[in-house]
Design a protein around this ligand. Structure first.
Ligand code: GDP
Ligand code: MG
Length: 297
């Protein structure tokens, strides 16, 4: 089932009506360049949304600010259509002074809320285009230490506006023990700064299996991921998505090797609809209420 992304599970998550119309899902990626953001998106959705990039010639002018770039793709699986948009934020964390790196990102998220509000207020609300960001994958550099000031600042500025999903990038560069320690320190930092990250919801009347699944996913946060959009051969002759090292192969889809499978479950297979709902019912609604209050409506 290697090519299978898993959003065809969506009909279990939502009403049939939305299945016919297709889904819109917008995922933002944030993190310093080179942390494997584009690779992970390709790996998650099994597409070449981001083709291999040409290196910049040395003479090329490097941008001085964070850019907001989105690309969309229609993917279909078992008759379910997904309109996927990925919002990339190149430049984040890449400058000498990164103090305001979060600002263009907040602005982009709010502009999308604004556009939604404007459409809601129209007389004809039949064709609302939902460009709101439903999840933000935040890539943490695999230093093995703790969060950096830029990480804390970004998450503090964004946690009330978007579903934050923190990720340890390139986890194959750390040992298992390093990953475990790093995770504990990141979670302590997140708690200390009262940062709210997305939690898979659990319901009172849920069956044991679903509860166990939610707990299992929650226990992996921040997900330590490895991305790779090509297949490699393992010593025992299997073709897997992975990265080759002199001492062996790190397999993307192997839960003993990294948390990629659990991240995909959170983002796509199990909680995509929850991410959309929480964005609409809580994040957008709070923003809207505050905005109307400020306007004195
Ligand atoms: P981006 O700038 O954050 O979008 O990073 P890219 O996806 O372009 O990846 C930058 C480099 O890191 C490329 O050479 C990738 O092959 C490599 N890379 C991507 N993901 C991983 C990973 O999980 N582990 C390791 N070791 N390298 C990775
Ligand atoms: Mg990239």
């Amino acid at each position: 089932l290697n090519g299978y992304v898993g959003f065809a599970n969506l009909p279990n998550q939502v009403h049939r009506k939305s299945v016919r119309k297709g889904f819109q899902f917008t995922c933002m990626v944030v993190g310093e360049s080179g942390l494997g953001k584009s690779t992970l998106i390709n790996t998650l959705f099994n597409t070449s949304l981001y083709p291999p990039k040409e290196p910049l010639p040395p003479s090329a002018e490097r941008p001085q600010t964070v850019a907001i770039e989105s690309i969309s793709a229609d993917i279909e699986e078992n008759g379910v259509r997904l309109r996927l948009t990925v919002v990339d934020t190149p430049g984040f964390g890449d400058f000498v002074n990164n103090e305001d790196s979060w600002r263009p990102i907040v602005e982009s998220i709010e502009t999308r809320f604004d556009s939604y509000l404007e459409q809601e207020n129209r007389v004809n609300r039949q064709k609302i285009v939902d460009n709101r960001v439903h999840a933000c994958l935040y890539f943490i550099q695999p230093t093995g230490h703790s969060l950096k000031p830029i990480d804390v600042e970004f998450m503090r500025q964004l946690h009330n506006k978007v579903n934050l999903i923190p990720i340890i990038a390139k986890a194959d560069t750390l040992t298992d023990d390093e990953v475990a320690d790093f995770k504990a320190r990141i979670l302590a930092d997140i708690a200390y700064h009262n940062i709210h990250i997305f939690q898979a919801p659990t319901y009172e009347n849920e069956d044991e299996e679903a509860l166990a699944e939610a707990e299992e996913i929650a226990s992996k946060i921040p997900f330590a991921v490895v991305g790779s959009d090509h297949f490699v051969k393992t010593p025992d002759g299997r073709e897997v998505r992975g990265r080759v090292y002199p001492w062996g192969v790190v397999e993307v889809d192997n839960e003993d090797h990294c948390d990629f499978v659990k991240l995909r479950q959170m983002l796509i297979r199990t909680y995509m609809e929850e991410l959309r709902e929480y964005t609409n019912d809580v994040l957008y609604e709070n923003w809207r209420t505050e905005k109307l209050l400020k306007m004195g409506v």
